[in-house]
Structure formats: structure tokens, C-alpha cells
Ligand binder design. Structure first.
Ligand code: ZN
Length: 246
């Protein structure tokens, strides 16, 4: 069978056998696909860097009947090295990759989510961006695009004043209809959530908030929203919090 070329970014990897590595590449055409890179560990291979986590480029893959494809070579367009070289950025990008993988699954192409992910990794690499801000924005934008656009107006039960955010419903609820797990909001928090969920994707980071506590409250909400709908706890998230406190 002929080799195929996929443009994409490596979003996950794991050891495979004694010396090999399994790669998950988020591609434009086929969504997240798996490929094995043989002999990547243990010895020096000619272009090992091309197959690092968050390497973005054109990957030449060799299909084999009934087996996982083999990664043959790669032309790197951007290695996003500032991310791999900074443990804080790397741990955040790993978490963002985890939630993306969990929400999207394999072989489910989504150019918009791919662009969003590339945008986040790009910002983390080349722009001065607060990592907690980037985390919350990505979480909320990913959910909004991925089928969980929040409704941020009145209480979704009675039409009363929405004072809490319900991650279960993805809406605001009033004080009478809030339940355990819902989070108290205020105007500043709700307008921020409205901006992020509704803005053009490429403008998702184009706002300034000087109130650190507001970004932290936003993080609690968006993080809970993701965890609830992905039905998962992410080790990479716990790791990220450990790292940024150092
Ligand atoms: Zn209500």
C-alpha cells in the first residue's frame, strides 16, 4: 500500500513495546489517528525531534492491512519548542490535549477544534499569555464548539434571574433552582463567559482582565464543566496545578 501524508500535530504519545512509540496525531482530514514510530527510543534516530509531542507538520504514514499505520517520516512546520522546553507550558498543553482527545475521540475530523488547539499551542509558544487564562478560555471554547455551548441569560428553569452556573445544564439558574455543584456567578464572570463562548475563535484571547481572582473563578467553572461532560478526572490537570505552584 502507498504511503499517505497527513498534516497534523502530535497530541499524545506512549511507549510501545521495548523500543517503539505510539503516536496520536490530530490530523486535518481524519481527526485523531494512531501511528507507530518504530525504534524511536533507546538509540539515536535521524529525526527523533520531528516525532516529539506537539510537533506539527506533514507526517508520512504507511498503512498495513489490519495493523496500525507506521510513521515513516515527517516534515516539521513548527515544533513549538518553547512549549516542550517549559515544564509549565508543557503540562498545560498536555492537559489541553487530554481534554481534546477525550471530547473528540479518534477518527472524528474537526478542523475547527484542530485550529483551536493549534491556536492555543501557538499562543503558549510565542505570546505572553497567562496560563490560567489560556486554560479557562480553551476549556470554555472547546466545550462551546464541541456541542456544549452554554446558555448565559436567565434561569433555564423558571426564567428568573440567573445567579448560578449549572455545569449539568450548561445554563444559568436562579437561587431557587441552584443545586449542589452549581457555582455562584456575577456580572463580570457572566460577561466574560459570554465573550469567550461567543467570540470568533481567533479572538478568544483578545481581552484583558487584571483581576486575578476573576480568572481563578472562571477556571473553577470551566474546569468543572469539562470534567462533568467528559466524565473524567485528568491526571495531567493535577500535574499542571502541582507545577504552577512551584
Ligand atoms: Zn429559577
Amino acid at each position: 500500500m502507498e504511503d499517505l501524508v497527513y498534516r497534523g500535530i502530535i497530541i499524545k504519545q506512549a511507549n510501545y513495546g521495548d523500543a517503539h512509540r505510539m503516536l496520536w496525531i490530530f490530523t486535518e482530514t481524519d481527526g485523531i489517528i494512531k501511528a507507530v514510530r518504530y525504534g524511536i527510543r533507546g538509540k539515536k534516530t535521524s529525526n527523533a525531534a520531528a516525532f516529539q509531542l506537539f510537533s506539527y507538520g506533514d507526517f508520512k504514514l504507511r498503512p498495513s492491512r489490519g495493523e496500525i499505520m507506521t510513521a515513516v517520516s515527517a516534515d516539521v512546520l513548527d515544533g513549538f519548542y518553547p512549549v516542550s522546553e517549559d515544564i509549565k507550558k508543557l503540562s498545560l498543553a498536555s492537559y489541553l490535549a487530554d481534554i481534546t482527545y477525550t471530547l473528540l475521540g479518534e477518527a472524528n475530523p474537526d478542523k475547527r477544534i484542530l485550529a483551536l488547539f493549534l491556536n492555543a499551542v501557538y499562543a503558549s509558544s510565542y505570546k505572553e499569555v497567562d496560563l490560567l487564562k489560556l486554560k479557562a478560555v480553551y476549556e470554555l471554547k472547546l466545550m462551546s464548539i464541541g456541542g456544549y455551548m452554554p446558555k448565559l441569560d436567565v434561569c433555564s428553569v423558571c426564567g428568573g434571574v440567573g445567579e448560578y452556573f449549572s455545569p449539568e445544564r450548561g445554563t444559568l439558574v436562579c437561587r431557587h433552582h441552584q443545586v449542589a455543584g452549581d457555582t455562584k456567578t456575577d456580572d463580570a464572570l457572566v460577561s466574560l463567559m459570554r465573550y469567550i463562548s461567543g467570540c470568533e475563535d481567533r479572538k478568544m484571547l483578545s481581552f484583558t482582565v487584571n483581576d486575578k481572582a476573576l480568572i481563578e473563578r472562571l477556571n473553577k467553572i470551566t474546569e468543572k464543566y469539562v470534567a462533568l461532560h467528559c466524565d473524567a478526572e485528568f491526571k495531567s490537570l493535577a500535574y499542571f496545578y502541582n507545577i504552577i505552584e512551584i
